[in-house]
Design a protein around this ligand. Structure first.
Ligand code: XUL
Ligand code: CO
Length: 434
């Protein structure tokens, strides 16, 4: 049975007028050393594709999918899996991500919820084996249920903390069972609404202990990770502890977790933090900790996490410049943590949305590769810092000089002559390739 009214989406090239075709994403085409699909490693988000009815704070969902009876039954959950894999196969998306509660319902108690999860996981495992599609990362939903209203691993209530740990333990078991490549922590409720009722120090220590126990448990079941932390500054909390790349790295270093964790950077979260995506990616990459990407975009006219599909080639170019610059993904990929607008409620809109995102990243990849091949941007950067390649600059970088020597140098050399930063020239250079 077909749930999406289309055949497998094909590459038809830039002159195609077919809205259900790729114009730029040609999975097996080589860009540099690798095929496009292996550079981009696209993933789809189970929560948006299968479970998002597109409600917003002012109105109910508009997207009631014909295959979904909207019940919390395990049968309904299992039958969604077939639809999801049809969707992935038609787009040629080779990875996916989920929260425990997206794929299976939360039932009356933890044991019943775990049983439901096992039934759906068995079905996912079967579909993975049939198709070769893989789990990019799994996670536990520690933010939707009312018990997590005051946090999960940062809850003031130790019983809630224990419940969250049990949920992560099970989510790790199923991620391992599905041969998942990674495990993500997004701490939507790990933060606070007011400091009047919050012991920030204790909460952060509890969070670190929780992550250490997760790492220990993963080792005990032979899951070799990596773990990812996904930064976001706020929403639903007023302040989320994992607010941006720098804050996450500081936390990981303070609590001795750098060996087991990398970051999963999401565009709309970076911009909510007041950064560009390029910035948060660069901070992570510089620490050797850029693991994976949640590919979406925000809307500068709306101040919240709109999770839109990325269509801006300038943005995808900047992202791919960082990804290529670090030598590409290893375990990570580009997971479309993105949803359709509330107005786009038909199943086929899921196709249009993902085609657009995949084409935008294909163009970003090609542009970024061409910029790197051209070499002028890299050369400019190298030249800009060339005074550190010899003489006094070389000594500064090697740590073999002192304030006394630099003082003598400054006294002898007179006023430095500073070259232009050439921002506008470099912006023009990027546009040459776009
Ligand atoms: C929320 C968000 C999450 C994480 C996984 O803003 O991005 O869906 O990606 O929990
Ligand atoms: Co995300």
């Amino acid at each position: 049975m077909q749930h999406f009214n289309c055949d497998k989406i094909q590459y038809e090239g830039p002159s195609s007028k077919n809205p259900l075709a790729f114009k730029h994403y040609n999975a097996s085409e080589e860009v540099g050393e690798k095929k496009m699909k292996d550079h981009l490693r696209f993933g789809a988000a189970y929560w948006h594709v299968m479970r998002n009815e597109l409600a917003d704070p002012f109105g109910q969902g508009t997207a009631h999918m014909p295959w979904d009876d909207r019940s919390d039954s395990v049968e309904n959950a299992v039958s969604r899996v077939d639809v999801f894999f049809e969707f992935l196969e038609k787009l040629g998306i080779e990875f996916y991500c989920f929260h425990d509660r997206d794929i299976a319902p939360e039932l009356n108690d933890l044991a019943a919820s775990n049983d439901a999860l096992d039934k759906v996981v068995a079905k996912l495992k079967q579909k993975q084996a049939e198709t070769g599609i893989r789990l990019l990362w799994g996670t536990a939903c520690l933010f939707a249920h009312p018990r997590y209203a005051q946090g999960a691993a940062t809850s003031p209530n130790a019983s809630v903390y224990a419940y969250a740990a049990a949920q992560v333990k099970k989510a790790l078991d199923v991620t391992k069972e599905l041969d998942g490549l990674g495990y993500t922590f997004w701490g939507g409720r790990e933060g606070y609404s007011t400091l009047l009722n919050t012991n920030m120090k204790r909460e952060l220590e509890h969070l670190a202990t929780f992550m250490h126990m997760a790492v220990d448990y993963a080792k005990s079941i032979g899951f070799d990770g990596p773990f990812y932390i996904e930064p976001k500054p706020r929403e639903p909390s007023t302040h989320q502890y994992d607010s941006d790349s720098a804050a996450c790295l500081n936390f990981l270093r303070e609590f001795g977790l750098m060996d087991s964790f990398k970051l999963n950077i999401e565009t709309n979260h970076a911009t909510l933090a007041g950064h560009t995506m390029e910035h948060d990616l660069t901070v992570a990459a510089n620490a050797g900790a850029l693991g994976s990407i949640d590919a979406n975009t925000g809307d500068t006219l709306i101040g919240w996490d709109t999770d839109q599909f990325p269509t801006d080639v300038y943005l995808t170019t900047q992202i791919m410049l960082v990804v290529l610059g670090m030598g590409g993904f290893t375990t990570g990929g580009l997971n479309f943590d993105a949803k359709r607008r509330r107005e786009s409620h038909e199943p086929i809109d899921l196709m249009h949305a993902h085609i657009g995102g995949m084409d935008a990243f294909a163009r970003g990849l090609k542009v970024a590769h061409a910029i790197r091949e051209d070499g002028r941007l890299a050369q400019f950067l190298q030249d800009r810092y060339s005074s550190y390649d010899s003489d006094i600059g070389e000594k500064i970088e090697a740590g073999t000089t002192s304030f006394a020597e630099l003082d003598q140098y400054a006294l002898n050399s007179g006023e430095p002559s500073l070259a232009s930063g050439r921002q506008e020239m470099l912006e023009n250079l990027i546009n040459e390739f776009i």
